[in-house]
Design a protein around this ligand. Structure first.
Ligand code: FAD
Length: 492
């Protein structure tokens, strides 16, 4: 049988391994870390468990599909629930809104609490669905780099609706048209952060994102986010995929414009195809350093990064949900700091994710595991140590004001993740969470393709290539990549 080598066991590398094994490949995965999952891993400190990176789960179908194509019943291996409340929002003036999964309930809530006409919400979510229906077949499920993507019927239909799809406006401008209340504009602008972009720059097309959360749903894996990694990893093992951990690939071997294998610890491993799951910018600096560099693609601005405090909190806050947002008083300034000043705003929007709300064994009894995160610029060599100390003070002050507490005295355990450690643990360029940012209308076209146009048998998946970052898109990148492998095999 044919052999495939996958470089990296991030979520896309795992999905690629599963898909290629299903196509009859003998698959070998090399992972630099001692564990699978990359950004989607977990940490444990003194009885508290934390999902280390991603906390929001959308499009669970993308995970389930991996089990279905392997002839298994997904729910025997991976279970999740649909959240009744996608997020609990708090403002400094005491206002609070729950984003109910039931759209009418959410619409009524914002009408009562914020004075936003309920109909505006329903209309906005319809227009998000419109964008999704027109763009997802084109941008999410196919390679953008093949001619037939641009000449099929769906593509032609979409061209006719460019204006309505928001390509020529920004997310913020579109939201200012849809809503009368600044708080609603802010709530919907926040979706730009789901792929690390700036709502004041990113095309209104990204208003596609609320469709995922409201019209399809926000979900939570019963065993925590890390179970997405573990269940796909176990599936790969069952399919006979071979994993080598603590195995950093040093080079992709290329002969005659053809990838033929990899070099790991001075040893050569040969294969028919090589699939790279490592961040593209760092891959071209390391394992592909001898190859022609696609400079334009590599120089695109990166998405934002994150500063996370994992806090074991020795108290139960009944008012908090799984996802909580404590909004900044000046959102525009906050993003100005993240994307232009490349520093941290003194009143950042604080996100608190608490899995123990749904998975009580993630914290000791009467306690909560707080994943407390703010969006920060990606790493440009700022004075992070100083910035982190300052940000921690501001985050604590904000939590104390809004939740009327003294949170510092309740912190029992603490760990920190920040742009430098995000980069050192997963090789993502500048510690960006989602590869390139989507801050202009060309971004979708300036992500690296799922294959190399100059080196045969070399393919790519993961958050830094098409269709982009975030779990669902990473999983789709593995699907698009596998389809290309198949097409190329058939063409031979
Ligand atoms: P990565 O997770 O980047 O892993 C790449 C793997 O390759 C790593 O394991 C690395 O060790 C390995 N590797 C690199 N170089 C080599 C080499 N030379 N040899 C061998 N192995 C190598 N997404 C969501 O959907 N929802 C969220 O709520 C969300 N929140 C996030 C919060 C944070 C703090 C972070 C960091 C990310 C978040 N994301 C979220 C984004 C999401 O985590 C990523 O898009 C996704 O996990 C990236 O997966 P990937 O397959 O590209 O690989």
């Amino acid at each position: 049988s044919k052999k495939a080598i996958v470089i990296g066991a991030g979520i896309a590398g795992l999905a690629a391994a599963v898909r290629l094994a299903n196509k009859g490949f003998q698959v070998q995965v090399f992972e630099a870390n001692a564990y699978p999952g990359g950004k989607l891993s977990e940490i444990e400190i003194k009885g508290y468990r934390f999902d280390a990176g991603p906390s929001l789960f959308t499009l669970p179908d993308q995970v389930e599909e991996l089990f279905r194509i392997s002839g298994k019943n997904p729910s025997d291996h991976f279970q999740y629930i649909k959240l009744p409340v996608a997020c609990h929002y708090f403002w400094e003036d005491g206002n609070q809104v729950k984003a109910w999964a039931d759209i009418n309930q959410f619409a009524d809530e914002v009408e009562t609490k914020l004075g936003e006409p309920a109909d505006n919400v329903r209309k906005a979510l319809k227009s998000s669905a419109f964008i999704y229906d027109h763009l997802s077949p084109l941008f999410m499920h196919r390679s953008l780099h093949k001619l037939n993507t641009w000449t099929n019927k769906e593509a032609l239909k979409s061209y006719l609706k460019m204006g309505k799809l928001g390509i020529f406006s920004t997310m913020n401008k579109a939201n200012e048209k849809r809503f009368v209340q600044p708080k609603m504009v802010q709530l919907f602008n926040r979706y730009a952060t789901y792929n690390g972009s700036n709502p004041y720059q990113t095309p209104a097309t990204l208003n596609i994102i609320p469709h995922l959360e409201f019209n399809i749903g926000a979900f939570f894996p019963k065993n925590g986010m890390h179970d997405i990694t573990l269940s796909i990893y176990r599936l790969a093992l069952e399919l006979g995929v071979d994993f080598t951990f603590n195995a950093k690939v040093d080079e992709v071997l290329v002969d005659n414009h053809k990838a033929s294998g990899v070099l790991v610890n001075g040893q050569k491993y040969l294969a028919d195809i090589i699939v790279n799951n490592m961040d593209m910018v760092n891959a071209y600096k390391s394992i592909l350093r001898k190859q022609k560099q696609p400079k334009l693609l590599l120089n695109q601005p990166k998405s934002s990064s994150a500063l996370i405090f994992y806090w074991g909190i020795k108290k139960n806050f009944a008012e908090l949900d799984l996802h909580n947002i404590l909004f900044s008083d000046n959102y525009r300034e906050e993003f100005e700091h993240i994307f232009h000043k490349k520093t941290i705003y003194h009143d950042p929007t604080v996100y608190i994710n608490i899995t123990s709300v749904y998975k009580p064994d993630d914290a000791p009894k009467g306690c909560m595991n707080w994943f407390t995160m703010i969006n920060v610029p990606n790493n440009q060599g700022q004075e992070w140590d100083k910035m982190i100390i300052e940000a921690r003070k501001n985050i604590i002050a904000k939590i104390n004001r809004i939740l009327k507490t003294d949170i510092e005295s309740l912190i029992e355990v603490e760990d920190v993740l920040e742009p430098r450690t995000i980069e050192s643990r997963t090789s993502s360029a500048n510690g960006a969470l989602y590869g390139n940012s989507s801050n202009n209308m060309y971004a979708a076209f300036l992500r690296h393709a799922n294959y190399s146009s100059t080196i045969k048998n070399l393919y790519f998946c993961g958050g830094s290539v098409h269709p982009g970052g975030g779990i669902p898109l990473c999983l789709l990148s593995a699907k698009i990549m596998t389809e290309m492998v198949e097409e190329n095999l058939e063409a031979k």
